[in-house]
Design a protein around this ligand. Structure first.
Ligand code: ADP
Ligand code: MG
Length: 298
């Protein structure tokens, strides 16, 4: 239902300008001054993998991952897919796709998921979600989270019956071209900004790796769109590059929305330009080409 709501708000925002969308966006492309980049799947490869597990209670990894995967298999999130994939490692081949049944599954956009598995309440997500659900985070878990963030990894917390039982470290490497693309954009006098739903530590580490100086983290989909509007209020012509459902309001709000071709249909629908080959370099190609065309006709 949250997805439906996002799509509806994206479509509503777009409806009044639909007729002119083509003309307006093509006109704006050569004038871009500011590009807002999403992190996961846009600056990073978008194929996250579990790299470490830190258990806080004595519990077999097999049991831990069985509970976690039972919940995550109901989520479309790339982090969820990474966890389920990794969890299969601990199972026999013939049962690798069979997980315990869950009740009351709930997905909290930009925070995590929860459900009841074998009469126990399992919560999988970020710190904000644990705080909201009154799950205490021990110092050892805090320290491990900080460590993972320093490596640009995302630490996912797991609680069972409101007790934190483990942390899963997930790594999603940045795209090989990302750093060069940002540096070329800078030389073109275009400012790059990172806006992500992920935590501040990981966001800063990724930004540093690719050479972006301005970071906004822990941003819900509406906040991503608000940040775009804030920049527009400062009279910048703003482009947004993203791949996810959570980027669609910002893609619509931007003067030019650019979707990664391999991204979700909803992002593609919300965008003005689709980077068909999912190459970040094509952000530059699009701007270059339009500047050249613009000079020819003006
Ligand atoms: P991004 O903007 O980087 O694409 P999202 O807004 O989708 O990120 O998610 C923000 C954060 O919420 C994630 O980094 C993760 O900590 C948490 N989260 C979201 N969905 C899930 C999930 N299915 N399982 C665990 N954690 C999740
Ligand atoms: Mg994304």
């Amino acid at each position: 239902s949250q997805i439906v709501r996002l799509v509806e708000s994206a479509q509503m925002a777009k409806a009044p300008v639909q007729k002119f969308a083509d003309r307006i966006s093509k006109f704006f492309v050569p004038l871009v001054e500011c590009i807002v980049f999403d992190k996961t799947g846009t600056l990073t490869i978008g194929k996250p993998m579990v790299v470490e597990t830190r258990l806080l209670k004595s519990m077999a990894l097999r049991e831990f991952y069985e509970m976690v995967a039972a919940v995550e298999v109901n989520s479309e999130h790339p982090l969820a897919k990474a966890i389920v994939e990794y969890a299969k490692k601990f199972r026999e081949e013939e049962e690798s796709n069979v997980w315990p049944e869950v009740k009351q599954f709930e997905s909290i956009t930009g925070q995590g998921v929860m459900a009841v598995v074998r009469n126990r309440e399992v919560i999988v997500g970020n710190k904000r979600l644990m705080l909201k659900k009154n799950v205490a985070i021990p110092v050892s878990a805090e320290n491990f989270l900080e460590e993972t963030e320093g490596f640009a990894q995302t630490g996912i917390l797991v609680s069972i019956d409101h007790e934190l039982v483990g942390v899963v470290a997930i790594s999603d490497p940045v795209k090989p071209a990302a750093q060069e693309v940002i540096s070329i954009l800078t030389s073109m006098q275009i400012k790059s900004i990172l806006v992500t739903g992920d935590n501040w530590g990981t966001a800063h580490a990724v930004a540093k790796e690719v050479g972006i100086g301005t970071v906004i983290a822990e941003a819900k989909p509406e906040v991503k769109a608000e940040k775009v509007k804030d920049l527009q209020a400062l009279n910048f012509v703003v482009a947004m590059v993203g791949d996810g459902i959570n980027d669609s309001p910002a893609l619509v709000a931007a003067d030019i929305g650019m979707a990664i071709g391999a991204g979700t249909d909803i992002a593609i629908e919300a965008a003005d330009i689709v980077l068909m080959k999912s190459n970040l370099e094509d952000v530059i190609t699009a701007i270059d080409l339009s500047r050249y065309t613009f000079r020819r006709i003006c």
